[in-house]
Design a protein around this ligand. Structure first.
Ligand code: SF4
Length: 236
């Protein structure tokens, strides 16, 4: 667990920079260009998790920290912790298929949960519709919008490994507040049940999914009133 700063074999440092779900304003983009030049940054690499890696000389790290903070960005986190939230282009300006404003929700989740200590890496992916451009079924906590403020929740996915695992749906049609409340509950159960450095998919495999399901009635306050009847009838 720590900052996303990696010593490279070349002697340079790779430093992960995090915005709000991968979204940058033109001012931040221009500022990053100026910062990269001033730091003699060798490369700027966009990552699959919507961070930006700056490859810089080791002695420029503190200037980089100050520079990204001034732009309203952060140095990322890695290790046994909740990572930055990955969200698709899901709002009305960026994707015509978006059912909800996922940047708003993703930003709230990132502000509340990023850098929280967990037994192993914990990745959150959020998609604005079932096309799932951010691979939410490959995340520890995957969120898919189904309406303007309704989401389905999947847990226990893992993408990058020899044995990828698809996440399992544990809730349907809950509000953004419910997404946050259920994430808190899943993280608490994960902390209580996991062995050290055990990824959530392996904890679920070992102890079963039942321990991670929301308790009876837990999600009731987080359902739009018009959906309550149908969802309880459907068994969610
Ligand atoms: S998941 Fe849906 S809303 Fe998000 S970018 Fe893909 S198509 Fe657009």
């Amino acid at each position: 667990m720590g900052d996303a700063i990696f010593q490279q074999r070349s002697g340079y440092l790779g430093v992960g920079i995090v915005g709000r779900c991968g979204l940058l304003t033109p001012e931040q983009l221009a500022g990053l260009g100026t910062l990269a030049r001033s730091l003699e940054c060798r490369y700027c690499k966009m990552t699959t998790r919507q961070t930006l890696i700056f490859i810089i000389p080791e002695n420029r790290l503190e200037e980089l920290r100050a520079g990204v903070t001034a732009l309203g960005l952060k140095v990322g986190v890695f290790g046994e912790t909740v990572r930055n939230v990955k969200a698709c282009a899901g709002n009305k300006d960026l994707c015509q298929r978006a059912l909800s404003d996922v940047f708003e929700l993703g930003g709230q989740l990132q502000d509340r949960f990023m850098n929280r200590r967990t037994p192993c890496d914990f990745k959150i992916a959020l998609a604005g519709c079932h096309r799932g451009c951010t691979d939410p079924l490959c995340a520890d906590y995957g969120i898919i919008a189904t309406g303007s403020d309704t989401y389905d929740i999947y847990i226990g996915g893992r993408g990058g490994s020899r044995k990828p695992v698809h996440a399992t749906r544990i809730a349907a049609g809950i509000t953004g507040d419910g997404v946050s409340a259920l994430l808190e509950q899943v993280l608490e159960r994960y902390d209580a049940l996991a062995e050290p450095r055990e990824r959530l998919c392996n904890t679920i495999k070992r102890v079963g999914l039942e321990d991670f399901l929301p308790p009876e009635g837990f999600l009731d306050p987080y359902r739009p009133p018009e959906e309550n009847d149908f969802l309880s009838f459907a068994g969610f």
